[in-house]
Design a binder for this molecule. Sequence first.
Ligand code: SF4
Length: 285
Amino acid sequence: MAAGDLITSAANTWCPGCGNFAIEHALKDILGEMIAAGTPAEEIVLVTGIGCHGKMADYLGVNSFYAIHGRTIPVATGIKIANPDLTVLCCAGDGDCYGEGLEHLLFAAKRNVDITLLVHDNRVYGLTTGQYTPTSPLGFPGRSTPQGTPEYPLNPVELMIAAGATYVARGYTRRLPQLRELIRDALRHRGFSFLEVFQICATFYNQTAYYDEHACDLDPGEFPTADAARALRVAREWDYSRESRIPLGALYETTYPTYEERLAEHRAGTRDPVAVIQRLFAERT
Ligand code: SF4
């Protein structure tokens, strides 16, 4: 199957200038590469949530599941546990994943489920016309907060390193070559891969000029690091002030037995979880 065949004939209703187009094309390219290299198309599953990002399930020609709000991760986890040979990818939104689905996100990282999560973080609820989300900045004057939200935003990258995700990266929809690399690496990684993508919402929160000015690339010779403390320091460099730089790239990567591997051992009758983890870890390193 050629990469171009992965775009379906469904009418696309994203706004002109929406960053979702860049994510769609990056996914098309990388999934196309995987298929050309021998992964059967039917062994790739895409799970989406509710929001503008969710239409990816209609627009990409792979097996897909349109989950309810905030529930991409439990659906993807179930698919992976039942079918460990599948490549399972979630596309979720910032409201969807950091609001409605936050507890699932934390547990996926804690368990190290072997799925890839790509968050389309436009820092606004676009589909419902502009309410604030957990990553909207302090003072964001959305539809539900006309005088500005009084809350500070989450730093999802920091949160995921702390929660135990084994691959953590940040990309941007206007840096397409880097975004492709990050998607490729996230899908290759065995364990829970978390890819936060700054996605331009052209209609309700267009931060193009701000990201273009402040985004900078991590040194690929030094990152990703397996040193969580160092990765956390870099994650915190962007403190959501208008002045600080925004590091982009893969921050953190480590190896650890996956949830599915530990479940399989458990089902096989092993009853000493510490011994199982030690053995699995030794096999992987
Ligand atoms: Fe994209 Fe924003 Fe339009 Fe939704 S509302 S399609 S996120 S530009």
